[in-house]
Design a protein around this ligand. Sequence first.
Ligand code: 5RP
Length: 224
Amino acid sequence: MTQDELKQAVARAALQYVVDDAVIGVGSGSTANYFIDELGARAGRIRGAVASSERTAERLRRHGIPLVDLNEVDALPVYIDGADEVTAGGAMIKGGGGALTREKIVAAVSRRFVCIADESKLVTVLGAFPLPVEVIPMARAHVAREIVRLGGEPRQRADFLTDNGNAVLDVRGLAITDPAALEERLNNIVGVVTNGLFARRGADVVLLGTPAGVQTMVRTDSAP
Ligand code: 5RP
């Protein structure tokens, strides 16, 4: 099976987590796009969707799925999104597509986070994928210096601004042995909007596409 076929298989498997007549949170990226296409064929099942990026909003719109402002809902039963790296425990690096801030906001409002990924994304230790950090443009150099002090090698993502009008630093070389601690440490640097570590609020369920089928990993401490 190709990587795209594996992504499509997990996207289809994620349909079982969709709650009928509710608003769903939808992530960004190629795996999330496959999920939107599956959802589009069943658009009548849901009340609408909160999009984690402008691109996702556009795709949902093309499928006739009503867009819902996150401020209009108290909570979302489920959020479905991809990842750049994920551990068996549900910690992730996200933001390869630059949508990390809105993704983290939607995830924070969701009761259940379902991560959909092909098997190449599963790692034991996060960090081979450069960690995206969204920064306020005037703080870019300051944040980069602070990250170097932490042992990272930041590089500004070329010709790129997020949906929020901010820059992204992609950081290599960090030893991410304690993702939750590093997530908090990076958040505390003045000028950082969000970093791509999703450990404090990780995935509750990881659906992993493998040639042998879709594997389901459930975090044992997550709410039902
Ligand atoms: C976008 C993301 C994506 O979920 C992540 O980059 C994975 O993308 P893909 O499904 O295309 O591999 O975090 O900001």
